[in-house]
Ligand binder design. Structure first.
Ligand code: SAM
Ligand code: SF4
Length: 374
């Protein structure tokens, strides 16, 4: 049986960051208890109805490290009733200022082997500008504790182009990254999400950001510096030491399925893409009437799957293995898409060998290719 990934969403945060539009709510402490009760019931529902082999778990959010340890302990106990032998990766997303030594030790005891820490920047001014509730000092102290309890796989989330995050800030951030020696880094470019506070500011012309050329230039600098630190870019926004590429995240970018549980979570199983409801009451009502809390469901046909495969695989630096493509879909990618591939190859978007992969230019301008292939 194919092994799948499991994502569990914890929609609580201490504070809402100004750039964020995830299903993540502050000031809802009074909902945490009932939310977890419902989440446990959702797990029971899946365990009664489907049989899956799981080899990676990702507890994400929101801020899973924000809630009391007892909820995560019971959650993991319940998850172990799925077939979860030989887990390859078990991550929990965390925010600085919500981790204690005791919590971290307990996470280790539960079998969690990877911490994804939301840093965004180490600059106190930038952190304040984006509504984070932690300082550089707190981040560094948390990282010390993460290492102290023995985590060997630490990933940092960083964002480029935050207000105040100029080239000098990036250089200083990279100096600290050099000292911290994380195994993995996600370096995202700020996305102005429609539901975020920053989007409103931007529409009112009250948010000053870098222009695209400067941002691209800084990103190339980041890529070069991280490479010198042994952190290689393996996906459009992700860097890691060799062997520390995220096993779980690669499932989102490849054809392997994943089950998703919790408010607003999205999964992909047996060619069906689905999203759970985003409203607590709806979530509770559906689960308590014995129904899956699914809001939207879409069957993905073979031809759609093929396009998604191309798009997701091209996000990875190694690109599409042409032999593997032929084995999955039954024909040659270069034959079927010869016109469009030739066009973009001639424009300098692609490397072609055993794989088809983007060049730097291809990564930068990938949307042009994607728009044409969809
Ligand atoms: C949804 S958060 C959850 C983890 C945790 N609460 C945190 O803040 O790190 C995961 C990551 O998504 C990234 N992110 C969220 N909103 C973003 C945006 N609008 N643009 C770019 N990256 C974003 C941040 O780097 C964040 O660490
Ligand atoms: S970035 Fe993380 S901490 Fe901030 S609101 Fe989003 S999920 Fe919560």
């Amino acid at each position: 049986m194919e092994k799948i990934g499991l994502y569990v969403h914890i929609p609580f945060c201490k504070k809402k960051c100004f750039y964020c539009d995830f299903v993540a709510y502050p000031n809802l402490e009074n909902r945490i208890d009932s939310y977890f009760d419902n989440l446990y019931k959702e797990i029971d529902l899946y365990q009664k109805n489907i049989s899956v082999d799981i080899d990676s778990i990702y507890i994400g959010g929101g801020t899973p490290s924000y809630v009391d340890y007892k909820y995560i302990e019971k959650l993991v106990e319940k998850l172990k009733n799925f077939k979860v032998k030989n887990l390859k990766e078990f991550t929990i997303e965390s925010n600085p200022n919500s981790l204690t030594l005791d919590k971290l030790k307990k996470y280790r005891e539960l079998g969690i082997d990877r911490i994804s820490l939301g840093v965004q920047s180490f600059d106190d001014k930038v952190l304040k500008n984006v509504g984070r509730d932690h300082s550089k000092e707190i981040i560094l102290n948390d990282i010390k504790n993460i290492r102290k309890v023995g985590f060997k796989n630490l990933s940092l989330d960083m964002i480029l182009n935050l207000p105040g995050g100029d080239f000098n800030v990036v250089k200083k951030d990279l100096e600290l990254i050099k000292e911290i020696k994380p195994e993995h880094i996600s370096y995202y470019s700020l996305i102005l999400e429609k539901g975020s506070y920053f989007y409103t500011l931007y529409k009112k012309r009250k948010l000053k950001l870098m222009d695209d050329d400067l941002e691209r230039g800084i990103f190339l600098y980041i890529e070069k510096q991280l490479k010198d630190l042994g952190l290689f870019r393996y996906e459009i926004s992700n860097f890691s030491k060799k062997g520390f590429e995220s096993y779980h995240n690669k499932k989102y970018w490849s054809e392997g399925g994943y089950l998703a549980l919790g408010l607003g979570a999205s999964g992909f199983l047996s060619n069906i893409r689905y999203s759970n409801v985003r409203n607590f009451i709806k979530y509770e009502n559906l689960i308590n009437s014995g129904k899956f809390p699914i809001e939207t469901k879409e069957f993905i046909s073979k031809s759609e799957r093929e396009k998604e495969y191309i798009i997701f695989k091209l996000r990875e630096c190694e690109g599409i293995n042409l032999k593997e493509f032929e084995e999955i879909f039954g024909y040659s990618l270069l034959n079927k898409y010869s016109k469009i591939v030739d066009k973009y190859y001639n424009l300098g978007f692609f490397n072609i060998g055993k794989s088809l992969s983007f060049t730097h230019k291809g990564f930068d301008l990938s949307n042009e290719f994607y728009l044409e292939i969809i």
